[in-house]
Design a protein around this ligand. Structure first.
Ligand code: PLP
Length: 400
Protein backbone atom coordinates (compact mmCIF):
# COMPACT_ATOMS: atom_id res chain seq x y z
CA UNK A 1 0.00 0.00 0.00
CA UNK A 2 2.92 2.40 0.65
CA UNK A 3 3.75 2.12 -3.03
CA UNK A 4 0.45 3.69 -4.09
CA UNK A 5 -0.10 7.44 -4.27
CA UNK A 6 -1.67 9.38 -1.43
CA UNK A 7 -4.10 10.92 -3.92
CA UNK A 8 -5.59 7.50 -4.53
CA UNK A 9 -6.59 7.09 -0.90
CA UNK A 10 -8.76 10.19 -1.23
CA UNK A 11 -11.11 8.59 -3.75
CA UNK A 12 -13.44 5.62 -3.59
CA UNK A 13 -14.10 2.99 -6.26
CA UNK A 14 -17.29 3.54 -8.26
CA UNK A 15 -20.30 2.27 -6.24
CA UNK A 16 -22.30 1.83 -9.43
CA UNK A 17 -19.72 -0.66 -10.64
CA UNK A 18 -19.91 -2.51 -7.29
CA UNK A 19 -23.66 -3.00 -7.79
CA UNK A 20 -23.09 -4.27 -11.34
CA UNK A 21 -20.52 -6.74 -10.03
CA UNK A 22 -22.86 -8.12 -7.37
CA UNK A 23 -25.64 -8.42 -9.98
CA UNK A 24 -23.26 -10.23 -12.35
CA UNK A 25 -22.20 -12.65 -9.59
CA UNK A 26 -25.83 -13.49 -8.80
CA UNK A 27 -26.60 -13.96 -12.49
CA UNK A 28 -23.59 -16.26 -12.86
CA UNK A 29 -24.92 -18.25 -9.92
CA UNK A 30 -28.08 -18.85 -11.94
CA UNK A 31 -30.33 -16.23 -10.35
CA UNK A 32 -32.97 -14.42 -12.44
CA UNK A 33 -31.62 -10.86 -12.24
CA UNK A 34 -33.14 -7.72 -13.83
CA UNK A 35 -30.58 -4.92 -14.06
CA UNK A 36 -31.90 -1.38 -13.68
CA UNK A 37 -28.44 0.00 -13.02
CA UNK A 38 -27.08 0.75 -16.49
CA UNK A 39 -26.35 4.37 -17.36
CA UNK A 40 -26.77 3.91 -21.10
CA UNK A 41 -29.58 3.71 -23.65
CA UNK A 42 -30.57 0.20 -24.71
CA UNK A 43 -30.89 1.43 -28.33
CA UNK A 44 -28.30 0.69 -30.99
CA UNK A 45 -26.22 3.54 -32.48
CA UNK A 46 -28.20 4.88 -35.49
CA UNK A 47 -27.25 3.25 -38.82
CA UNK A 48 -25.99 6.42 -40.54
CA UNK A 49 -23.58 7.06 -37.67
CA UNK A 50 -22.23 3.51 -37.75
CA UNK A 51 -21.77 3.86 -41.51
CA UNK A 52 -19.80 7.07 -41.05
CA UNK A 53 -17.48 5.16 -38.71
CA UNK A 54 -17.08 2.32 -41.21
CA UNK A 55 -16.44 4.80 -44.03
CA UNK A 56 -13.74 6.46 -41.92
CA UNK A 57 -12.00 3.11 -41.42
CA UNK A 58 -12.19 2.32 -45.14
CA UNK A 59 -10.84 5.77 -46.01
CA UNK A 60 -7.82 5.17 -43.76
CA UNK A 61 -8.77 7.77 -41.19
CA UNK A 62 -7.08 5.58 -38.64
CA UNK A 63 -4.08 7.67 -37.63
CA UNK A 64 -3.36 10.23 -34.92
CA UNK A 65 -5.41 13.40 -35.23
CA UNK A 66 -4.75 16.77 -33.65
CA UNK A 67 -4.78 16.34 -29.89
CA UNK A 68 -8.24 17.64 -29.10
CA UNK A 69 -10.17 16.86 -32.24
CA UNK A 70 -10.36 17.21 -36.02
CA UNK A 71 -11.48 20.58 -37.38
CA UNK A 72 -14.54 18.99 -39.06
CA UNK A 73 -15.82 17.83 -35.67
CA UNK A 74 -15.07 21.15 -33.99
CA UNK A 75 -17.01 22.90 -36.74
CA UNK A 76 -19.92 20.49 -36.28
CA UNK A 77 -19.87 21.24 -32.53
CA UNK A 78 -19.89 25.01 -33.18
CA UNK A 79 -22.86 24.57 -35.53
CA UNK A 80 -24.65 22.45 -32.93
CA UNK A 81 -24.11 25.01 -30.15
CA UNK A 82 -25.46 27.75 -32.43
CA UNK A 83 -28.44 25.67 -33.61
CA UNK A 84 -29.56 24.17 -30.29
CA UNK A 85 -28.29 26.63 -27.69
CA UNK A 86 -27.94 30.00 -29.47
CA UNK A 87 -24.28 30.00 -28.37
CA UNK A 88 -21.54 31.38 -30.61
CA UNK A 89 -18.19 29.63 -30.44
CA UNK A 90 -15.22 29.39 -32.81
CA UNK A 91 -13.39 26.06 -33.31
CA UNK A 92 -10.45 27.25 -31.17
CA UNK A 93 -12.86 27.59 -28.23
CA UNK A 94 -13.81 23.91 -28.54
CA UNK A 95 -12.08 20.76 -27.24
CA UNK A 96 -12.93 17.11 -27.92
CA UNK A 97 -12.02 14.27 -25.56
CA UNK A 98 -12.55 10.59 -24.88
CA UNK A 99 -16.10 10.89 -23.54
CA UNK A 100 -17.73 13.56 -21.45
CA UNK A 101 -15.88 12.06 -18.52
CA UNK A 102 -12.42 12.97 -19.82
CA UNK A 103 -13.60 16.48 -20.66
CA UNK A 104 -14.78 17.12 -17.10
CA UNK A 105 -11.62 15.55 -15.72
CA UNK A 106 -9.38 17.69 -17.95
CA UNK A 107 -11.21 20.85 -16.87
CA UNK A 108 -10.80 20.05 -13.16
CA UNK A 109 -7.16 19.00 -13.54
CA UNK A 110 -6.46 22.18 -15.49
CA UNK A 111 -7.94 24.53 -12.90
CA UNK A 112 -7.93 23.19 -9.33
CA UNK A 113 -5.35 24.03 -6.67
CA UNK A 114 -5.35 22.64 -3.12
CA UNK A 115 -8.10 24.37 -1.15
CA UNK A 116 -10.20 25.27 -4.18
CA UNK A 117 -13.86 24.46 -3.60
CA UNK A 118 -16.29 23.04 -6.13
CA UNK A 119 -20.01 23.28 -5.44
CA UNK A 120 -21.85 20.10 -6.44
CA UNK A 121 -25.63 19.88 -6.02
CA UNK A 122 -26.57 16.49 -4.52
CA UNK A 123 -27.67 13.99 -5.58
CA UNK A 124 -24.87 14.11 -8.14
CA UNK A 125 -23.31 11.97 -10.82
CA UNK A 126 -20.94 9.71 -8.85
CA UNK A 127 -17.75 10.89 -10.55
CA UNK A 128 -17.93 14.63 -9.79
CA UNK A 129 -16.72 14.60 -6.17
CA UNK A 130 -14.04 11.99 -6.79
CA UNK A 131 -12.70 13.83 -9.84
CA UNK A 132 -12.49 17.00 -7.77
CA UNK A 133 -10.57 15.07 -5.10
CA UNK A 134 -8.21 13.54 -7.68
CA UNK A 135 -7.50 17.04 -8.98
CA UNK A 136 -6.67 18.20 -5.45
CA UNK A 137 -9.78 20.29 -4.82
CA UNK A 138 -12.53 20.13 -2.20
CA UNK A 139 -16.03 19.04 -3.21
CA UNK A 140 -18.83 21.01 -1.51
CA UNK A 141 -22.06 19.05 -1.87
CA UNK A 142 -25.35 20.94 -1.52
CA UNK A 143 -28.34 18.72 -0.71
CA UNK A 144 -31.19 19.34 -3.14
CA UNK A 145 -33.94 17.06 -1.89
CA UNK A 146 -37.29 15.80 -3.07
CA UNK A 147 -39.08 18.86 -1.61
CA UNK A 148 -37.54 21.10 -4.31
CA UNK A 149 -37.80 18.47 -7.06
CA UNK A 150 -34.11 17.61 -6.50
CA UNK A 151 -33.14 21.11 -7.67
CA UNK A 152 -30.78 23.46 -5.83
CA UNK A 153 -32.38 26.80 -4.93
CA UNK A 154 -30.69 30.19 -5.46
CA UNK A 155 -30.58 30.61 -1.65
CA UNK A 156 -28.72 27.33 -1.25
CA UNK A 157 -26.22 28.33 -3.93
CA UNK A 158 -25.68 31.74 -2.34
CA UNK A 159 -25.04 30.09 1.05
CA UNK A 160 -22.54 27.60 -0.38
CA UNK A 161 -20.31 30.17 -2.09
CA UNK A 162 -17.12 31.18 -0.25
CA UNK A 163 -14.04 33.13 -1.38
CA UNK A 164 -12.51 29.72 -2.20
CA UNK A 165 -15.26 28.60 -4.57
CA UNK A 166 -13.88 28.02 -8.05
CA UNK A 167 -16.62 26.14 -9.86
CA UNK A 168 -20.26 25.23 -9.69
CA UNK A 169 -20.86 21.92 -11.46
CA UNK A 170 -24.35 22.06 -12.95
CA UNK A 171 -26.12 19.06 -14.48
CA UNK A 172 -29.59 19.28 -16.02
CA UNK A 173 -31.34 16.98 -16.78
CA UNK A 174 -29.62 15.19 -13.97
CA UNK A 175 -28.08 11.82 -13.46
CA UNK A 176 -29.39 10.35 -11.05
CA UNK A 177 -32.74 12.16 -10.67
CA UNK A 178 -33.77 13.14 -14.21
CA UNK A 179 -34.61 16.59 -12.82
CA UNK A 180 -34.35 19.41 -15.35
CA UNK A 181 -34.13 23.12 -14.54
CA UNK A 182 -36.42 25.37 -16.62
CA UNK A 183 -34.87 28.55 -18.04
CA UNK A 184 -36.43 30.60 -15.25
CA UNK A 185 -35.24 28.23 -12.51
CA UNK A 186 -31.78 28.39 -14.04
CA UNK A 187 -31.95 32.20 -14.19
CA UNK A 188 -32.38 32.17 -10.41
CA UNK A 189 -29.00 30.42 -10.13
CA UNK A 190 -27.20 32.51 -12.76
CA UNK A 191 -28.39 35.69 -10.98
CA UNK A 192 -26.53 34.47 -7.89
CA UNK A 193 -23.40 33.77 -9.95
CA UNK A 194 -23.51 37.30 -11.39
CA UNK A 195 -23.00 38.59 -7.85
CA UNK A 196 -19.88 36.40 -7.42
CA UNK A 197 -17.51 37.05 -10.32
CA UNK A 198 -14.87 34.59 -9.07
CA UNK A 199 -17.17 31.57 -9.50
CA UNK A 200 -17.19 29.74 -12.83
CA UNK A 201 -19.81 27.28 -14.02
CA UNK A 202 -19.08 23.89 -15.52
CA UNK A 203 -22.34 22.75 -17.08
CA UNK A 204 -22.75 19.08 -17.94
CA UNK A 205 -25.40 19.05 -20.67
CA UNK A 206 -25.06 15.35 -21.46
CA UNK A 207 -28.83 14.71 -21.25
CA UNK A 208 -29.86 17.84 -23.21
CA UNK A 209 -31.82 15.94 -25.86
CA UNK A 210 -33.50 13.54 -23.45
CA UNK A 211 -36.35 15.80 -22.28
CA UNK A 212 -40.06 15.04 -22.15
CA UNK A 213 -43.54 16.59 -22.33
CA UNK A 214 -43.28 20.37 -22.71
CA UNK A 215 -39.95 20.76 -20.93
CA UNK A 216 -37.50 23.04 -22.73
CA UNK A 217 -33.79 22.49 -22.14
CA UNK A 218 -31.70 25.54 -21.18
CA UNK A 219 -27.98 25.96 -20.49
CA UNK A 220 -26.31 28.64 -18.29
CA UNK A 221 -24.47 30.73 -20.93
CA UNK A 222 -27.66 30.85 -23.00
CA UNK A 223 -29.84 31.97 -20.09
CA UNK A 224 -27.25 34.52 -18.89
CA UNK A 225 -24.93 35.73 -21.68
CA UNK A 226 -22.96 37.75 -19.10
CA UNK A 227 -21.59 34.41 -17.85
CA UNK A 228 -20.15 33.47 -21.25
CA UNK A 229 -16.59 34.33 -20.18
CA UNK A 230 -16.72 32.01 -17.18
CA UNK A 231 -18.78 29.11 -18.43
CA UNK A 232 -17.51 25.77 -19.69
CA UNK A 233 -20.34 24.12 -21.62
CA UNK A 234 -19.76 20.35 -21.65
CA UNK A 235 -21.65 17.85 -23.72
CA UNK A 236 -21.16 14.66 -25.71
CA UNK A 237 -22.71 12.15 -28.04
CA UNK A 238 -22.82 9.20 -25.62
CA UNK A 239 -26.39 9.35 -24.35
CA UNK A 240 -28.52 11.07 -27.01
CA UNK A 241 -26.95 9.21 -29.94
CA UNK A 242 -26.58 5.87 -28.13
CA UNK A 243 -22.80 6.09 -28.59
CA UNK A 244 -21.50 5.28 -25.10
CA UNK A 245 -18.82 2.92 -26.42
CA UNK A 246 -17.45 5.33 -29.05
CA UNK A 247 -16.12 7.67 -26.33
CA UNK A 248 -16.60 11.20 -27.65
CA UNK A 249 -17.32 14.20 -25.43
CA UNK A 250 -16.65 17.89 -25.93
CA UNK A 251 -16.68 21.33 -24.34
CA UNK A 252 -16.76 24.96 -25.39
CA UNK A 253 -15.44 27.85 -23.33
CA UNK A 254 -12.85 30.59 -23.01
CA UNK A 255 -9.75 30.00 -25.14
CA UNK A 256 -7.14 29.91 -22.33
CA UNK A 257 -9.14 27.27 -20.46
CA UNK A 258 -9.59 25.19 -23.62
CA UNK A 259 -5.82 25.43 -24.27
CA UNK A 260 -5.08 24.30 -20.70
CA UNK A 261 -7.41 21.31 -21.08
CA UNK A 262 -5.71 20.42 -24.38
CA UNK A 263 -2.33 20.52 -22.60
CA UNK A 264 -3.52 17.93 -20.03
CA UNK A 265 -4.86 15.73 -22.80
CA UNK A 266 -1.66 16.08 -24.86
CA UNK A 267 0.34 14.57 -22.00
CA UNK A 268 -2.14 11.85 -21.09
CA UNK A 269 -4.23 10.30 -23.86
CA UNK A 270 -3.70 12.44 -27.00
CA UNK A 271 -6.55 12.43 -29.49
CA UNK A 272 -9.86 10.63 -28.97
CA UNK A 273 -10.37 7.70 -31.38
CA UNK A 274 -10.16 9.00 -34.97
CA UNK A 275 -12.93 6.73 -36.25
CA UNK A 276 -15.26 7.80 -33.44
CA UNK A 277 -14.62 11.45 -34.25
CA UNK A 278 -15.87 10.93 -37.82
CA UNK A 279 -18.92 9.09 -36.52
CA UNK A 280 -19.57 12.02 -34.15
CA UNK A 281 -19.41 14.46 -37.09
CA UNK A 282 -22.27 12.49 -38.66
CA UNK A 283 -24.15 12.36 -35.32
CA UNK A 284 -24.09 16.16 -34.99
CA UNK A 285 -24.51 17.12 -38.67
CA UNK A 286 -26.81 14.29 -39.76
CA UNK A 287 -30.56 13.74 -39.31
CA UNK A 288 -31.82 14.26 -35.76
CA UNK A 289 -35.32 12.77 -36.17
CA UNK A 290 -34.59 9.61 -34.22
CA UNK A 291 -34.13 11.69 -31.05
CA UNK A 292 -37.87 12.40 -30.96
CA UNK A 293 -38.83 8.79 -31.63
CA UNK A 294 -36.44 7.53 -28.93
CA UNK A 295 -37.95 10.06 -26.54
CA UNK A 296 -41.44 8.71 -27.21
CA UNK A 297 -40.23 5.35 -25.97
CA UNK A 298 -38.45 6.87 -22.97
CA UNK A 299 -41.46 8.93 -21.92
CA UNK A 300 -43.71 5.85 -22.05
CA UNK A 301 -41.26 3.93 -19.88
CA UNK A 302 -40.85 6.82 -17.45
CA UNK A 303 -44.63 7.02 -17.00
CA UNK A 304 -44.87 3.28 -16.49
CA UNK A 305 -42.11 3.21 -13.87
CA UNK A 306 -43.30 6.31 -11.99
CA UNK A 307 -46.84 4.95 -11.78
CA UNK A 308 -45.80 1.46 -10.67
CA UNK A 309 -43.26 2.69 -8.09
CA UNK A 310 -45.73 5.14 -6.56
CA UNK A 311 -48.09 2.19 -6.15
CA UNK A 312 -45.44 0.43 -4.02
CA UNK A 313 -45.93 0.79 -0.27
CA UNK A 314 -43.46 3.19 1.36
CA UNK A 315 -42.09 4.59 -1.95
CA UNK A 316 -42.58 8.09 -3.35
CA UNK A 317 -41.42 8.62 -6.91
CA UNK A 318 -41.42 12.11 -8.48
CA UNK A 319 -41.92 12.35 -12.26
CA UNK A 320 -38.73 13.88 -13.73
CA UNK A 321 -38.33 16.13 -16.77
CA UNK A 322 -35.63 14.16 -18.58
CA UNK A 323 -32.71 11.71 -18.81
CA UNK A 324 -33.66 8.04 -18.30
CA UNK A 325 -33.59 7.79 -14.52
CA UNK A 326 -36.01 8.09 -11.62
CA UNK A 327 -34.91 8.57 -8.02
CA UNK A 328 -37.64 7.28 -5.68
CA UNK A 329 -37.62 8.06 -1.97
CA UNK A 330 -37.89 5.06 0.39
CA UNK A 331 -38.47 6.84 3.72
CA UNK A 332 -41.61 4.73 4.21
CA UNK A 333 -39.60 1.48 4.10
CA UNK A 334 -37.01 2.36 6.74
CA UNK A 335 -37.15 0.47 10.02
CA UNK A 336 -39.05 -2.42 8.41
CA UNK A 337 -37.89 -6.02 8.04
CA UNK A 338 -37.74 -8.10 4.84
CA UNK A 339 -39.13 -11.66 4.61
CA UNK A 340 -35.53 -12.95 4.78
CA UNK A 341 -35.03 -11.08 8.02
CA UNK A 342 -32.99 -7.98 7.09
CA UNK A 343 -33.99 -4.81 8.89
CA UNK A 344 -33.72 -1.89 6.47
CA UNK A 345 -31.94 1.01 8.09
CA UNK A 346 -30.62 2.76 4.99
CA UNK A 347 -30.85 2.76 1.22
CA UNK A 348 -27.79 0.57 0.74
CA UNK A 349 -29.43 -2.18 2.82
CA UNK A 350 -32.65 -1.69 0.86
CA UNK A 351 -30.87 -2.11 -2.50
CA UNK A 352 -28.86 -5.12 -1.32
CA UNK A 353 -31.93 -6.88 0.09
CA UNK A 354 -33.92 -6.05 -3.05
CA UNK A 355 -31.22 -7.62 -5.21
CA UNK A 356 -30.68 -10.68 -3.04
CA UNK A 357 -34.35 -11.37 -2.34
CA UNK A 358 -35.98 -10.39 -5.66
CA UNK A 359 -33.18 -10.20 -8.23
CA UNK A 360 -33.79 -6.51 -9.07
CA UNK A 361 -30.55 -4.49 -9.29
CA UNK A 362 -30.77 -0.76 -8.56
CA UNK A 363 -28.17 1.70 -7.26
CA UNK A 364 -28.62 2.97 -3.69
CA UNK A 365 -28.94 6.71 -3.08
CA UNK A 366 -25.94 7.15 -0.76
CA UNK A 367 -23.75 6.54 -3.83
CA UNK A 368 -25.12 9.79 -5.28
CA UNK A 369 -24.94 11.75 -2.04
CA UNK A 370 -28.65 11.93 -1.14
CA UNK A 371 -30.59 9.38 0.93
CA UNK A 372 -32.82 7.49 1.46
CA UNK A 373 -33.41 6.82 -2.23
CA UNK A 374 -32.45 4.54 -5.07
CA UNK A 375 -31.82 5.14 -8.75
CA UNK A 376 -33.65 3.26 -11.46
CA UNK A 377 -32.44 3.45 -15.04
CA UNK A 378 -35.43 2.79 -17.28
CA UNK A 379 -33.29 2.34 -20.41
CA UNK A 380 -34.51 -1.25 -20.74
CA UNK A 381 -37.54 -3.02 -22.22
CA UNK A 382 -41.11 -2.40 -21.05
CA UNK A 383 -41.39 -6.08 -20.11
CA UNK A 384 -38.29 -5.88 -17.92
CA UNK A 385 -39.57 -2.70 -16.31
CA UNK A 386 -43.01 -4.17 -15.58
CA UNK A 387 -41.53 -7.32 -14.09
CA UNK A 388 -38.98 -5.37 -12.03
CA UNK A 389 -41.55 -2.90 -10.69
CA UNK A 390 -43.92 -5.75 -9.84
CA UNK A 391 -41.13 -7.38 -7.84
CA UNK A 392 -40.41 -4.07 -6.07
CA UNK A 393 -44.12 -3.72 -5.23
CA UNK A 394 -44.21 -7.26 -3.83
CA UNK A 395 -40.99 -6.68 -1.90
CA UNK A 396 -42.39 -3.53 -0.29
CA UNK A 397 -45.74 -5.18 0.46
CA UNK A 398 -43.91 -8.01 2.26
CA UNK A 399 -41.98 -5.66 4.60
CA UNK A 400 -43.17 -5.75 8.17
N1 PLP B 1 -22.03 13.26 -17.20
C1 PLP B 1 -23.11 12.61 -16.76
C2 PLP B 1 -24.12 13.34 -15.96
C3 PLP B 1 -23.26 11.24 -17.02
O1 PLP B 1 -24.34 10.59 -16.57
C4 PLP B 1 -22.25 10.58 -17.76
C5 PLP B 1 -22.33 9.13 -18.02
O2 PLP B 1 -22.81 8.35 -17.22
C6 PLP B 1 -21.16 11.30 -18.20
C7 PLP B 1 -21.08 12.64 -17.90
C8 PLP B 1 -20.02 10.66 -18.96
O3 PLP B 1 -20.33 10.46 -20.28
P1 PLP B 1 -19.30 9.73 -21.25
O4 PLP B 1 -19.78 8.32 -21.37
O5 PLP B 1 -19.42 10.49 -22.54
O6 PLP B 1 -17.94 9.81 -20.68
Amino acid sequence: PDFLSKTLSRVKPSPTIAVSNLAADLKAAGKDVIGLGAGEPDFDTPESIKEAGIAAINAGKTKYTSVDGIIELKQAICAKLERDNALSYAPDQVTVGTGGKQILYNALMATLNPGDEVIIPAPYWVSYPDMVLLAGGTPVPVAAGIETGFKMTPEQLEAAITPKTKWLIFNSPSNPTGAGYSASELKGLTDVLLRHPHVWVMTDDMYEHLVFDDFKFATPAEVEPALYERTLTCNGVSKAYAMTGWRIGYAAGPKPLIAAMRKIQSQSTSNPCSVSQWAAVEALNGPQEFLASNNEIFVRRRNLVVEMLNAAEGITCPKPEGAFYVYPDISGCLGKTTPAGTTIENDEQFATALLEETGVAVVFGAAFGLSPNFRVSYATSDDNLKEACTRIQNFCAALS
